[in-house]
Design a protein around this ligand. Structure first.
Ligand code: COA
Length: 202
């Protein structure tokens, strides 16, 4: 059978496995049902969080948020929380999508708490996440797609040394329904990462 998981009859065995690692200032780990909170719900209502991701604001219920958290299989899809352990605060999230047959991980991020934006959280934790994926999860390439208009995350990509692999014209339909939006495609291979990380980490 030909599908994305069994391409060319290569069978990939994967076990559901939570993710957890620390960076200098933050903890990143798989979210659990008990992490659902009013604080987390409020991020979906904030246009400054949702629009740069090309997503509409949304009023979710606590049960819908718990169902969202439960919807990630922890094999090919992961929902991770970014926590400030010093203040015991959940400040943002990553979504990871894994293509196991190609050992590729695609990363999405949101820093939900405004007080934590432009303080280096994405730079530090995305570096830590890529370190973790290459060192401990068998990933050989990381890719990220960012709206061309998203100055902050394009800057993060540049700071950590991700390579621009393409400019994708009209790649996505604008969530507001007004036309199509451009994205930048970034990528990095495992064999390129240590040298880059040495030279670019802050
Ligand atoms: C984009 C986002 C992930 C960045 O996270 P962050 O933790 O604030 O990023 P950092 O602080 O590590 O780095 C941001 C950089 O962008 C720069 N930046 C942000 N907005 C900027 C602007 N309007 N003009 C110029 N530079 C800007 C910051 O100055 C910083 O660069 P510097 O360290 O050289 O000063 C975060 O703001 C966010 O989650 N936004 C909403 C959701 C989103 O856009 N997700 C990404 C979807 S692909």
């Amino acid at each position: 059978m030909f599908n994305s998981d069994h391409q060319w009859n290569v069978r990939i065995e994967m076990q559901a496995r939570p993710i957890s690692f620390r960076t200098e200032r933050y903890e990143v780990r798989t979210l659990r049902a008990e992490d659902a909170s009013e604080r987390y719900l409020s991020w979906y209502l904030d246009p400054k969080v949702m629009h740069p991701q090309n997503a509409p604001t949304a009023r979710l219920t606590m049960d819908e948020l718990r169902a969202h958290i439960a919807g990630f299989d922890r094999q090919k899809s992961h929902l991770l929380g970014i926590f400030d352990p010093a203040k015991k605060l959940h400040v943002g999230c990553y979504i990871l999508n894994i293509q196991p047959q190609h050992r590729i991980a695609r990363i999405h991020i949101m820093i939900g708490d405004e007080a934590y934006r432009n303080r280096g959280v994405a730079t530090e934790t995305t570096t830590g996440l890529i370190d973790h994926l290459f060192a401990s999860r068998g990933i050989e390439k990381v890719v990220v797609q960012v709206l061309t208009s998203n100055i902050g995350f394009n800057r993060v990509m540049e700071k950590i040394g991700m390579r621009v692999e393409g400019h994708l014209k009209g790649e996505v339909i604008a969530s507001g329904g007004s036309g199509r939006l451009d994205q930048v495609l970034y990528g990095i291979l495992k064999k390129e990462w240590p040298a880059l990380a040495e030279g670019t980490r802050r």
